[in-house]
Design a protein. Sequence first.
Length: 401
Amino acid sequence: MLGNGDFDREEIIRAHREAIIRRMSGYGGTILAVQDTTGVNYNTHLKTEGIGYISDKTLGVNVHSCLAVTGDGLVLGLLDQSSYNRPEPKDETRSHESKKVRLIEEKESVRWLETLERSTQDIPEGIKVITVCDREGDMYELFCKAETLRQPFLIRVVQNRMTVENKRVLEEIRKKRCQGRVEVTIPRDSRSGIPEREAVLQLRYASFTIQRPHILKPIKTLPESIEVTVIYVKEERPPKGKDAIEWFLMTSESVNTSEGAYEYVGYYIQRWKIERFHYVLKSGCAIEKLQERSIDKTTALILMYSIVAVMIMNTTYAARLTPDAPCSLLLGEEEWKLLYCVANKTKKGPKKPYTMKEAVDYLGWLGGPKRAPSDGPPGVKTIWIGLMKLYILLAYREYLA
Ligand SMILES: [Mn+2]
């Protein structure tokens, strides 16, 4: 199917969504719909049909995805994906003013609103889906869209918005006394090369009624104000030479206790899964090496690889969260039997499924150098290579003696 024939993107995403929505029903808790964009660089692909700019100089395509992640960090799948680029480099000469008064529908950032709408469609009753975005999602229009759709959101904010009492939100929340402290593990930041670390975070939270920004006043369809909760997180004693973690999170949900506030901080930390997803797509699935003739076909392939990527992530994290669950929840019977044989170099396959932890350990043996238990569980890259080897073996084994 790959390489020729037409892809029906809508059909692929619909079928995948149906499967993850079924899994959500089984899970039952809070689901995070994590959105983010990644720029896919095709700077040397000048002849690709539909190629465009992703920044003022770089050619490629921007891919905006929405992942379904459970509150405790299991990646369930992909809820939505769209892509865009510009035929011309960004025009930096246009005045700041004329940029500001445009309707959201005329801007590229409308993708956050459209994704919110598509990703939360057909979610069965009783499942709470919270849309999670980084600072790029800090848009009044997005808060309003979520309110109209009655969809909760959790967004990291940077804008110092005005309350109906004409006070600045960020200053007001900073003034509050500390309402709680938590110790958390901050995941490693592979991009900046900052290792994993423990941090003590101070929590502050309060509800505010924020005003529609002045600049959006001509847009009468936007409500004049909106009620939100702001959660302020600040690292108490950052390590020497490192900036203290300081997050302002804004949510549509009410928060009444520091435990409640911390729950949302935990959800925001899960946003990091989408960064790992982009990493798997680029370094594992090598989507920047695709050589298709058109951007249409490229983005269809990126969608297919995205589904592969979420599957790899699902396997990796499921084994960490529920190590004793049977591996048959992750792999088909043929798969787990063959995996056991090749990993243990035996012809005698097991009769019953073993645990998820064992399964990812075996995939790790296939996918990387032999590991010591102190190395911790295998990561997404090792699992990716392990699964690839397993599927190659499965595909060709009937031709082997
Ligand atoms: Mn982002």
